[in-house]
Each structure stands twice: as structure tokens, then as C-alpha cells.
Ligand binder design. Structure first.
Ligand code: C2E
Ligand code: MG
Ligand code: MG
Length: 711
């Protein structure tokens, strides 16, 4: 049935309408577009020859059928639902539909469908006109290629990658599957480009692209993102273990040498991977995460792969936020310097202050530097902060000077700042702005732990600072791996022994030896030695006996705001014990005597800890046997050989025996739980301890003042 057949019931004579109908019938008949008319129930009532040619069906095979029989299966129900929605609401729809010819071959057609209604608005027909887009196939292919494929390597480009990534992710989500997104960047490609030219570089990229294509499993995608960056979508992974061999193969494939234009070229790959569903981000973010992981692989030494770690990413994001916030702290005037005194133990005088950075954080309160400086150790922000610190400390010195207090001040400078080419100028400017301040009172503490890569350059900077009159200290001496190299190459004036060694001085014989050695090094190299971390008067005493005169630590004063310094200086009184020992010089052979008292103190402390519910840190032999504790080892060994004839030494033995009677007794009472007896015995123990310390003190005095009798 064709549309040219007039309705036989139509009585109207031939007229303009009839002309029009004839014309329409002729268009219907001769159009190369396929045309189809269906009734209100969407049953086909007419098709034109163009339609029959396009689909390969005969008229008899299509009339009366729903056009749905043409569906290729490439569109889901949503697609047709959306089409019918548009037809119902606007009466028109246009779009591309993949249909199927009688032969089974799919074809893409551009459809325009219109709804025809009668005078009452009721649908009477649908008219569909379709053009076969396959006719434009070649040109279209070409266009599609340009839009979706990389011209150099013929791999999918970023557009197609994005499309496929969306599809793969949707499938992975729907089917609960694991999918990996792999970002690959070549290592060492730029030098090849620079050395052999871009044409050779291009050929290398093509070669690598071919290898990557071969490494692909069916269903996966490899795309070139641009430059020397490639991305893989590896879908349908059973588990993560499956990924390792794939990535290792990629690394090997890329690293194998290439022969281009008679030259052997080698590159390697840094690979970053993120895995859905471990990383549940959207496609763009997945790609960014894989890129970040690739960057990490580069940082870790290249020619390797790195799996994106969401937790680590969150931490580095927090760190970035902190750095941004810290950057605002200078203009917002939230930074501050606290000052910690350094004193001379022998004379009791205050010899200077160390300026220590603080951040008055509006939400977190007063922050010490260790809470905000480490993330910027390698960031230029540490340079801005260092400049602020120098300026602020010098201004403070000027203010104190105006009050009649000439106070030497040291500041801490990070390795990155010291090694920046402008450091000398920063210092010069800061000094020039405050001509009242004598540069000789200003000292720069170089952190031992900070990386000093180029010692020759550091030396040059340090010499320039010293020429301006400024002093140089090596801070935290002994903690870095290159203390001796620094001592040799950096012409410092001062060594600051790290507080970790000093704090343990009384408990750890190795730390005592270390401190003693640094003091010896200082003397040999003519450096002043400052001990940090002096927490008790006893620390000061032993340092004094070891020959270290200058000390700093909580036992002297905590760091304080600048405003508190003058009052503190006025009120400062050194520990009286120090003056008693100020004139004494000790022989090396007598150092064990200095340590013996701390061994005894430690033993008593351990018994008290154990009886108070803590773990027992003494062995049974150390507890029970007066010859087996550390003090006993010294007393019956070296001590008795060296001081056995002295009455002060002999007086110690009965008290020490008493101590070894009380200690085990306390532990027995602990078992039977008699509280009052325990308290009484602990009191006795502490009294005996004081007696021993007193005898040791007398012995030390005797040794110091009658050393000639021991020769
Ligand atoms: P540092 O230069 O070795 O400073 C000594 C640190 O030891 C200070 O910590 C001080 O408060 C602490 N301290 C002093 N006496 C004692 C003690 O008896 N016992 C113990 N346990 N600690 C004691 P703070 O102020 O937290 O500074 C820590 C580190 O931060 C400094 O170590 C220094 O390396 C760095 N720093 C401080 N201010 C600055 C600065 O302005 N710039 C740079 N780049 N680093 C700074
Ligand atoms: Mg310091
Ligand atoms: Mg230090």
C-alpha cells in the first residue's frame, strides 16, 4: 500500500489539494530517504521504496508490524522511552538509531519522527523519515578517528579514554567488579628528544605504543594522553594479585632497548595505579589519583609502580592545607619567638638566649615548631619564616639593648634557607636595619638534621656570615649522620650537644661517653660547647665535672616570652652545688666515680616503681646480690682498686649491704600486701640512699682535693 492511493470515500473534486497530494505521493515514492507511516497503535501502514531499499525487506514483510522489529539491540529501553517521551510532549523527535537490516547487518540511521493528530488532537499517525548514515561511512570514520584516536600512535586519545573509562566504571559498579586505572609516564624521554630530535622521539613513542598495545588483554584499553603519558584501563580483575604481573610486564616492555635510526635508546616507565572499588572516586578523580601515584613512583626512584593510597593522600592534603595556613601566619602576626636562657655553670652567669619559634594558632593554641615546621622543611616558606625570625630576633636584641641589657641571641636556621643563594643578603639586610645591634652577639644555629647537600657552598656562606661578625653554631650535634663532616667543613664557633644525649646522661653510660667525646672534640677543635636538655641540677653538675660549662634546659628555664626575659635574668640564681665544684678539674680515670651515684639512684628508683605497681626492671641477681647490681660492680671492682684505702669509700659498704637487705624485703612485703610495713621499709630505703649519696659526695671531694694521695 502506498500513500498515493486516494481515499475512495473522498468525494472532493481534483483541486489544489489534489495537486499537493500528487506531489507528496511523488516525493514519497522517489525520495532516497526511507519513509514510514504507522497508525495510532504504531502499526506500519505505509513505507516507501527508499525504506525497503534501506532495510532489505519487502513491503509485505513490514506492513502491519510494529517498527520495533528493526531494533538492533544496541540501545537500551531507556533510549526508546526517552524518544516516546519527546514524541508525546512535543510531537517530534530526532536522533540517531542503530537498526538492523533484514540481512542482520546493523546500520546507523538519522531518524526524524513526527506525530500526526486529527482535529480533536487525537493521534492518528506517526511519520518517520530516516537517512542512512552508513552512506557517509568513510568520511565519518575519518572524522571519528580524528576525534577519538591519537594521530601519532593510533591509540585512543583522551576523549575516547574518558568515554571508555565511564563505561568501564559503570560496568564495574553494576557487576561488582574490580577495575584498575594505570597511569604510565616514560622516564628519560626528554633527553632522548633533546639529543636525537623530535622525529626520533616520535618513532620511539610509536614503538613504545606498539609494545603497550601488545601487552593489552582483550577488553582492556590503552590510550595516549599526550606527550609521553599513557593510560590503561584494566577491567575485570579477579583480585589485586592479578595486577602485579601485568604491571611488571609493562615495566619490562618499556625498559627493553629500542633501535631507532641506528641508535639504541632506553627509557623506563613510572607507573601509578588506582583501583576501583578501593578508590571509589568519579572517573576524573580516578585519573588524577593514578597520576598522583605515578608522581610518587617517580619520587621513589622511577622504573617502578606505586599504588595510590587514599589515606596517604588525605594526609598530604591535610599537610598542604596546613602549609597554606602557615603561609598566612606571618602577615596575620601569629608567629612569635620564645627565648630560652643559656647559662655558664661555672660562673653562674647568663650567656645568651636561644630564640625558639612559636605559632599562636587561633584554634589550636600555642604550637611548638615541631608541630608545624617539618612539612615545610623543603618548601620555600621556610625561607620566609627564617627571614622573619632573623629580623624579629635582632629587633628584640635592639629593644633589650635600649633597656640596658646586651643579650646575645641565637636563632635556628633551616638547611634550605642557609643554602639559598640570597641568605647572606638576607642576613646583611637584617643587620643593616638594626645598626645598634652588635653582630658579634648574634648567632646562627645550623640544624644538624637538616640536609646540607653542598658543604662547599655552606662553608662559603658560613665564612661570609662570620666576616659580618656573626657566630655560627652546629645545633643538635651528634644526631645527624655527618656530624664529623660538618665539624670539619663548616667553620663553626659553637657545638650544641643534642638534648637526647644530655637527658640520658645520668642513666645511660653510652650517652655519657658520647657527651664526653663531644666535649673532647669541642676542646680539640677550639669550639665552645653548649649542652642542651639540662633538666635537673644533677645534669648541670655532671656536665660541669665533664668540662662543659655552658648549658641550656628546663632545669635552668623553659623557653619564655620575650617580655619575661628581663625579670628572669634579674631573679636567676645558679644551683649552689655547681659553685662547689666550679674549681675542680677531673681526671678521666675518676669519671666512673661520677656515674656510680646515678647507678645507685636508678636501682632505688626501680624498686620503688616495682612496689608501686610498675614492672620490675631488675633481675633477681641485681635485686638480691650486692655484688651483682651496677653500683656493686663498680664498688667491688674498679672502685675498690682505685679508692679502697679511703675511709669515705669504706664507709659506703655497710649502707649498701643494708640497701640490698631492704630492697628484697620490700618485694616480699608486696606479695603479702602489708601496706604500712611497705611504707616504713621504703622510707628506710630512701634514707639509706641519701646516706650513700652523701658518702659518695664526700668521696668525690676527697678525690678532687687529695688527688695527689692516689697517684
Ligand atoms: P633546638 O634548636 O634543638 O631547640 C631546643 C629545643 O629543645 C626547644 O624545643 C626547647 O624547648 C627544647 N628544650 C629545651 N630544654 C629542654 C629540656 O630540658 N628538655 C627537653 N625535653 N627539651 C628541651 P622547641 O622550641 O620545641 O624547638 C624544637 C626545634 O624546632 C628546635 O630544636 C629547632 O630545631 C626547631 N626550631 C625552633 N625554632 C626554630 C626556628 O625559628 N626556625 C627553624 N627553622 N627551626 C626552629
Ligand atoms: Mg637550636
Ligand atoms: Mg638543638
Amino acid at each position: 500500500m502506498g500513500i498515493d492511493q486516494q481515499n475512495p470515500t473522498d468525494p472532493s473534486p481534483p483541486s489544489r489539494t489534489a495537486d499537493w497530494r500528487a506531489l507528496a505521493a511523488s516525493v514519497f515514492e522517489h525520495s532516497r530517504e526511507g519513509m514510514l507511516i504507522s497508525d495510532a497503535d504504531n502499526r506500519i501502514v505505509a513505507v516507501n521504496p527508499g525504506f525497503l531499499e534501506l532495510t532489505g525487506y519487502s513491503e509485505g514483510e513490514v506492513l502491519g508490524r510494529n517498527p520495533g522489529f528493526l531494533h538492533s539491540g544496541r540501545h537500551g529501553p531507556d533510549y526508546y522511552e526517552q524518544m516516546w517521551g519527546a514524541l508525546r510532549s512535543s510531537g517530534f523527535w530526532q536522533g540517531e538509531i542503530w537498526d538492523r537490516r533484514k540481512s542482520g547487518e546493523s546500520f546507523l540511521a538519522l531518524f526524524s519522527i513526527s506525530v500526526v493528530r486529527d482535529g480533536d488532537g487525537k493521534i492518528t499517525h506517526h511519520i518517520g523519515i530516516c537517512s542512512d548514515l552508513s552512506r557517509f561511512g568513510e568520511a565519518r570514520n575519518q572524522l571519528e578517528k580524528m576525534a577519538h584516536f591519537d594521530a601519532l600512535t593510533a591509540l585512543p586519545n583522551r576523549n575516547l579514554l574518558n568515554y571508555r573509562l565511564q563505561q568501564s566504571l559503570a560496568t564495574a559498579q553494576r557487576e561488582n567488579r574490580t577495575m584498575a586505572l594505570v597511569f604510565l609516564d616514560l622516564d628519560g624521554f626528554k633527553p632522548i628528544n633533546d639529543r636525537y630530535g623530535h622525529a626520533a622521539g616520535d618513532r620511539l613513542l610509536v614503538e613504545i605504543a606498539n609494545r603497550l598495545g601488545l601487552a593489552l588483554r582483550t577488553g582492556d584499553t590503552v590510550a595516549r594522553l599526550g606527550g609521553d603519558e599513557f593510560v590503561f584501563i584494566i577491567s575485570r580483575l579477579k583480585n589485586l594479585d592479578e595486577l602485579d604481573p601485568i604491571l611488571l610486564r609493562l615495566l619490562c616492555d618499556v625498559a627493553a632497548p629500542c633501535r631507532i635510526d641506528g641508535h639504541e635508546m632506553r627509557v623506563s616507565a613510572s607507573i601509578g595505579v588506582t583501583v576501583y572499588p578501593l578508590d571509589g572516586s568519579d572517573p576524573d578523580t580516578l585519573l588524577r589519583h593514578a597520576d598522583q601515584a605515578m608522581y610518587q613512583a617517580k619520587q621513589n626512584g622511577r622504573n617502578r609502580y606505586h599504588l595510590y593510597d587514599a589515606e596517604q593522600d588525605r594526609r598530604s592534603q591535610t599537610r598542604r592545607d596546613q602549609v597554606l595556613r602557615l603561609r598566612q601566619a606571618i602577615p596575620l602576626r601569629e608567629l612569635d619567638l620564645y627565648y630560652q636562657p643559656k647559662v655558664n655553670l661555672r660562673t653562674g652567669g647568663v650567656v645568651g638566649m636561644e630564640a625558639l619559634l612559636r605559632w599562636h594558632h587561633p584554634e589550636c593554641g600555642l604550637l611548638p615548631p615541631e608541630e608545624f615546621l617539618p612539612p615545610i622543611d623543603n618548601n620555600d616558606l621556610i625561607i620566609d619564616i627564617g627571614r622573619w625570625v632573623m629580623g624579629e630576633a635582632l629587633s628584640q636584641m635592639k629593644a633589650w639593648r635600649a633597656m640596658g641589657m646586651e643579650m646575645p641571641v641565637s636563632v635556628n636556621i633551616a638547611g634550605r634557607h642557609l643554602q639559598c643563594a640570597d641568605f647572606k643578603n638576607h642576613l646583611k639586610e637584617a643587620l643593616a636595619c638594626r645598626p645598634e645591634v652588635s653582630p658579634g652577639l648574634f648567632e646562627i644555629e645550623i640544624l644538624e638534621s637538616s640536609t646540607l647537600d653542598d658543604l662547599a657552598q655552606v662553608r662559603e656562606t658560613v665564612v661570609a656570615c662570620q666576616e659580618m661578625g656573626v657566630r655560627i653554631a652546629l645545633d643538635d650535634f651528634g644526631t645527624g649522620s655527618s656530624s664529623l663532616a660538618h665539624l670539619r667543613h663548616v667553620p663553626s664557633d659553637t657545638l650544641k650537644i643534642d638534648r637526647s644525649f644530655v637527658s640520658n646522661l645520668l642513666d645511660d653510660a653510652d650517652d655519657l661517653t658520647l657527651v664526653e667525646s663531644v666535649i673532647g672534640l669541642g676542646a680539640a677543635f677550639s669550639r665552645q660547647v653548649v649542652a642542651e636538655g639540662v633538666e635537673t641540677p644533677e645534669h648541670g653538675l655532671i656536665l660541669l665535672r665533664l668540662g662543659c660549662d655552658v648549658a641550656q634546659g628546663y632545669g635552668i628555664a623553659h623557653p619564655m616570652p620575650a617580655g619575661d626575659v628581663p625579670a628572669w635574668v634579674g631573679a636567676w640564681r645558679p644551683d649552689p652545688q655547681w659553685a662547689l665544684w666550679a674549681d675542680t678539674q677531673w681526671e678521666m680515670a675518676d669519671f666512673p666515680l661520677l656515674v656510680a651515684q646515678y647507678d645507685h639512684l636508678k636501682w632505688v628508683r626501680r624498686v620503688v616503681i616495682a612496689v608501686s605497681g610498675g614492672a620490675m626492671q631488675l633481675t633477681a641477681a641485681e635485686l638480691n646480690d650486692h655484688r651483682q647490681c651496677r653500683f656493686g660492680h663498680w664498688y667491688y671492682g674498679y672502685g675498690s682498686v682505685r679508692y679502697g684505702k679511703l675511709a669515705e669509700f669504706q664507709a659506703i659498704e655497710p649502707v649498701h649491704l643494708e640497701v640490698h637487705r631492704i630492697g628484697p624485703e620490700i618485694m616480699r612485703l608486696k606479695e603479702s600486701g602489708e601496706r604500712e610495713q611497705i611504707v616504713a621499709q621504703v622510707r628506710l630505703l630512701l634514707a639509706s640512699k641519701d646516706k650513700i649519696l652523701d658518702f659518695l659526695n664526700r668521696l668525690q671531694r676527697a678525690v678532687a682535693h687529695r688527688s695527689h694521695t692516689l697517684q
